[in-house]
Design a protein around this ligand. Structure first.
Ligand code: ADP
Ligand code: MG
Length: 480
């Protein structure tokens, strides 16, 4: 790959004395090889640093060419001190600052470059024809065909379909789908995977939840430490062999700085190679607490699209589709009644439906509206025993006119911190979640912070009337 640089040969300010340009090139090679040695993960080096070129030296500033503005941002943010130290060591100790310029390519070279990139990133020969790499994580029925389109999700559906039809070739890269839990984000991500895997192009698809990504990365780092042998390149290699990456629930990367860095490296490589990334999150990217700014802006750099709560009509359509698949007759009254029982979460709607289906199979008859009403009452009692953190967060957030994202964020303002403490306390008292899981669901706060918040809330409840009233009212709302 040849890249034409602004000022193709290195120009050196008169301040510096070098034997020849060769010497300078050699010094630069030395800089790169030291960086490669000093940076703990080779993926970052390959993705961001290996391409750097020393363009010229102006006064006491080294002007360095990098691939694009994004690369410049990452290098400035994470690697500038190391780079400056090595430039001073190998090039000249008189250099006191670095300046980055973006590489430009001629037309023909762009083609060469993209061919080269394609060649580099072409998947290693796969012994099997299957192109969904980790098929055990895919649900068979999460397809576009099974997705009911309504006003609340039409845009997200269209965007997902466009991406599936031409992965990496639309403006939707990355495609980020956001919305509350149970609105079909995972379904759409996996529908893209199913669709792409059936195309003749046979792109390789990989689906991973952010929590699994986090685990995979930390396991790899731990293994390297245990074996005293860095294996992180294997982690990156696995992603190199993928064409379409589907990452679910990226809000779980909140506060995980090292994993975010690893993700950033993979992310940048995907985008620069024109490979497709699709993400989901349960709130707006900028509301994810402790998320690297660069990542947030890249999450939103392609297409950001939300899924909203389904309308009554969509809920009925979903029930109708399920009834058809499972071959059960439901009267319009029953459909209407069932749909009205659920405000947002389609997973809950499916739970209700399954209950009705089981009863109808058991009784071998079409369920009457009275039977369905009884089943719904039972189900609601069941749900009460299975209240989730998401439900608590949604109720508390809407009670205090906040978003769920704000509730999970790091803000210490009382208008947010007080509702958050109540939500954490209610999660502890109304759900079966462990302190660790509650912490994960509140922006990855650690276990000790959660204990401290609960203890403090218990003290407040003993003396503070307002807190008592808020907690009592909210408990009722959540359990109703
Ligand atoms: P999320 O990832 O947003 O929490 P999921 O994708 O897991 O939600 O959806 C929850 C359940 O609801 C899944 O079983 C999914 O198949 C179903 N579902 C969601 N939206 C639709 C839809 N528009 N049509 C059919 N089923 C849907
Ligand atoms: Mg999901």
């Amino acid at each position: 790959m040849t890249l034409l640089r602004r000022g193709a040969s290195i120009t050196v300010n008169a301040l510096f004395q070098f034997n020849s340009e060769d010497t300078l090139e050699q010094s630069w090679t030395q800089v790169l090889s030291d960086i490669e040695r000093e940076i703990p993960d080779s993926g970052t080096f390959t993705a961001f640093l290996a391409d750097m070129r020393l363009l010229r030296i102006e006064a006491t500033e080294a002007v360095i060419a990098v691939r694009n503005d994004f690369h410049a941002d990452v290098i400035k943010e994470y690697h500038a001190p190391l780079l400056l130290r090595l430039v001073r060591k190998h090039v000249s100790s008189k250099i006191s600052s670095l300046h980055f310029e973006t590489l430009v390519s001629t037309d023909t070279e762009v083609e060469e470059e993209s061919e080269d990139i394609v060649a580099k990133t072409k998947p290693v020969e796969s012994p099997v024809s299957a192109v969904i790499i980790n098929s055990e994580h895919f649900y068979e029925d999460y397809t576009f065909d099974n997705f009911v389109i309504g006003d609340s999700n039409q845009m997200a559906y269209q965007a997902a379909l466009s991406v599936a039809e031409a992965p990496g070739s639309t403006a939707f890269n990355p495609l980020t789908i956001y919305g509350n839990t149970g609105l079909g984000k995972t379904h759409l991500l996996q529908a893209i995977g199913h669709f792409v895997s059936q195309e003749e192009t046979a792109s390789r698809v990989y689906y991973i939840s952010a929590l699994d990504f986090l685990k995979k990365y930390t396991d790899c780092v731990k293994e390297g430490i245990e074996k005293k042998h860095n294996t992180i390149h294997l982690f990156y290699q696995e992603f190199d062999a993928i064409d379409v990456l589907l990452i679910d629930d990226v809000q779980h990367l909140a506060g995980k700085e090292k994993t975010q860095k690893a993700f950033l490296a993979i992310f940048a490589k995907f985008i620069s190679c024109g490979k497709q990334i699709v993400l989901s999150t349960d709130c707006l990217p900028e509301e994810i607490p402790n998320m690297h700014e660069g990542l947030v802006s890249h999450f939103t750099g392609g297409m950001l699209i939300d899924v909203q709560a389904p309308t009554q009509k969509t809920k009925i359509d979903i029930l109708r589709q399920k009834a058809k698949t499972d071959n059960i007759q439901l009267s319009p009254d029953v459909l209407c009644y069932l749909a009205a029982q659920v405000t947002t979460n389609i997973r809950v709607l499916e739970g209700l439906f399954t209950k009705v289906l089981a009863s109808s199979i058991f009784c071998n008859s079409e369920p009457s509206i009275e039977t369905v009403q009884e089943l719904v009452d039972d189900y609601k009692r069941d749900i009460r025993a299975r209240i989730t953190t998401e439900l608590v967060q949604e109720k508390v957030a809407s009670y205090f006119s906040l978003s769920v994202g704000q509730l999970r964020a790091q803000s210490r303002k009382r208008t947010v911190a007080y509702p958050r403490s109540i939500a954490i306390y209610l999660c502890r008292t109304l759900t079966k979640m462990s302190l660790k899981s509650i912490g994960i669901n509140f922006g990855n706060r650690d276990y000790s912070t959660i204990i401290h918040t609960i203890k403090k809330m218990e003290q407040d409840l003993a003396t503070d009337d307002t807190a008592q009233k808020d907690v009592a009212l909210l408990s009722k709302l959540i359990q109703s």
